[in-house]
Design a protein around this ligand. Structure first.
Ligand SMILES: Nc1ncnc2c1ncn2[C@@H]1O[C@H](COP(=O)(O)OP(=O)(O)OP(=O)(O)O)[C@@H](O)[C@H]1O
Ligand SMILES: [Mg+2]
Length: 217
């Protein structure tokens, strides 16, 4: 197997004196998909947010290129390389293309490169026809697809998808799974949370259940 992109060791998190995560270890590999299941309130979202650098753990060591560092030190790196997608797609008011292109303004790409990148991304997700449509007029499933594309265009090393298909009908779900499969094939590392593991048969390489603050394979 190839080298892991990030190795998280001993993640600990407590809310109001309740231990949510107890020494959780997780390794993220390129081109691999982890499925995370667990009861409501078991800590799945909390774990993803810590991995994305959005929530502060009490403790955590992160191994990057073989070197172990504390969460605070690597936070700027993980915030750049790891994108967390919330269950409800947060789209900005404006068109589909302005939503998809949003993150590119913070990159060093030229105008021309940004335009090219946007075109490719819209083609990738089958949104070209909808490019000029107001994003908030789209169905929930299509909005989620816009959110995927907005993340994909930034080429993160890791994409964390929190219940990505829970509002979707079968057709949208299959489309979304196809996009996730393509993300995987392009070398992205993906972590998905879900209450319905069967949706990800064939996509997930490993499944962990979060229970009592620990991951069980
Ligand atoms: N900011 C916060 N302050 C206090 N408690 C919190 C906070 N965020 C989460 N919690 C608590 O931590 C626990 C884990 O929440 P989390 O959202 O991570 O669970 P989850 O596994 O994602 O649940 P679900 O399946 O419902 O999405 C819950 O008991 C929740 O109430
Ligand atoms: Mg959650």
């Amino acid at each position: 197997m190839s080298e892991p992109l990030f190795v998280f060791h001993g993640i600990e998190k407590t809310f109001a004196e309740v231990e949510i995560l107890r020494k959780v270890d997780l390794s993220l590999f390129p081109g691999k998909c982890i499925l995370l299941t667990g009861k409501n309130g078991s800590g799945k979202t909390t774990l993803l947010k810590i991995i994305a650098g959005l929530e502060k753990p009490e403790k955590a060591e992160i191994e990057l290129s073989g070197k172990s560092r504390c969460w605070k030190k690597v936070m700027p790196i993980i915030r750049k390389e790891i994108i967390y997608l919330h269950q409800q797609a947060f789209l900005f008011s404006g068109t589909v293309e302005s939503n998809v292109a949003y993150g590119l303004r913070f990159t060093s790409l030229t105008r021309e490169q940004r335009r090219e990148s946007l075109k490719k991304a819209l083609e990738w997700s089958g949104l070209t026809e909808l490019a000029k449509q107001q994003a908030n007029t789209l169905s929930g499933g299509v909005q989620q697809r816009v959110a995927f594309t907005r993340a994909w265009i930034l080429k993160p090393k890791v994409l964390l998808l929190d219940e990505p298909v829970s509002n979707m009908d079968q057709e949208s779900r299959e489309q979304a799974c196809l996009l996730m499969q393509q993300m995987k094939s392009s070398g992205m590392s993906i972590v998905i949370t879900s209450h319905v593991p069967q949706y990800f048969d064939g996509l997930a390489d490993v499944q962990y259940d979060l229970s009592n603050g620990q991951l069980l394979q």
